[in-house]
Design a protein around this ligand. Structure first.
Ligand code: AMP
Length: 208
C-alpha cells in the first residue's frame, strides 16, 4: 500500500520480473475493463476519472475472480485493499482459501513529491513500462520513442483527479496502516529516491 504516486505499481512490476509471483492490481484490471468498453468499464470510468474509489463490491468481485485462477502460485496485491472494509473482506476471502497474507508493505513517500511523480507519469505504448518525464533517464525515454512508441498519460493523472486521489488516500486508505500494524503485518519502506533505490530497500525487506 501507499499513496497514489508512491510507486506501488512500478515496484510490483519489478518484483514480478524477478520473483515467480503474480501481480494482481485492481487499478490495472479496472483500466482494462474501461479499454475493453465492457459494461463494468462503462460503470467505473467516470468514478475513476474523478479520482474516487469504485464500490467495494466491484473490486471484491474482481479480486475473487483473480484469486480463483491463482492455484498454488504466490501473488502480490497492488492497490487492493484501499479501505478498512475491503481489508476485512480480504481477510475473510484469504482465510477461506487458506492463504493468509504474509505481510503488508507500505511505501512511504513525502507528499510533496507525489504530485510531481503523478503529473509526470507516462506509459510506453509499446512495452507498457511506466516512465516519468521528470525522473526517467533520457535512455529509458528514447528506448520507447526510438522504436515508434508513444508516451501515454493516464486519464486520471490530471491535476484535479490527482488532488482528489491524494485526499481519498488520506481519508480512506491511511486508516489501514493501524489496521495492519495491530495485526503485526505492517512493514514500511522509505519510498523516497529513484525507482532502483526503492527497489533495493524492497528487496532487502523481501530477503529478510
Ligand atoms: P491505481 O491504478 O491503483 O492508482 O488505481 C486507479 C483508480 O482505480 C483509483 O483511483 C480508483 O478509482 C480505482 N481503484 C483501484 N483500486 C481500487 C480499490 N481497491 N478500491 C476502489 N477503487 C479502486
Amino acid at each position: 500500500m501507499g499513496a497514489p504516486g508512491s510507486g506501488k505499481g512500478t515496484q510490483a512490476e519489478k518484483l514480478m520480473d524477478e520473483y515467480n509471483c503474480r501481480q494482481i492490481s485492481t487499478g490495472v484490471l479496472l483500466r482494462e475493463a474501461i479499454e475493453s468498453g465492457s459494461e463494468l468499464g462503462q460503470e467505473v470510468q467516470k468514478i475513476m476519472s474523478e479520482g474516487l474509489l469504485v464500490s467495494d463490491g466491484i473490486v471484491l468481485d474482481l479480486i475473487k475472480y483473480e484469486l480463483s485462477k491463482i492455484g498454488e502460485n504466490s501473488f502480490l496485491l497492488d492497490g487492493y485493499p484501499r479501505n478498512i472494509s475491503q481489508a476485512k473482506s480480504l481477510d475473510d476471502l484469504l482465510s477461506n482459501l487458506n492463504k493468509p497474507l504474509d505481510y503488508t508493505i507500505l511505501i512511504d513517500v513525502p507528499s510533496e513529491i507525489l504530485i510531481k511523480r503523478l503529473s509526470g507519469r507516462r506509459t510506453c505504448s509499446l512495452t507498457g513500462k511506466t516512465l516519468n518525464i521528470y525522473f526517467s533517464s533520457e535512455t529509458e525515454i528514447d528506448e520507447c520513442l526510438s522504436k515508434g512508441g508513444e508516451l501515454l498519460q493516464r486519464e486520471d493523472d490530471n491535476e484535479q483527479s490527482i488532488t482528489k486521489r491524494i485526499e481519498v488516500y488520506g481519508q480512506q486508505t491511511e486508516p489501514m496502516i493501524d489496521y495492519y500494524k495491530s495485526a503485526g503485518l505492517l512493514e514500511t519502506i522509505d519510498g523516497h529516491g529513484s525507482v532502483n533505490d526503492v527497489y533495493g530497500r524492497l528487496k532487502k525487506l523481501m530477503e529478510l
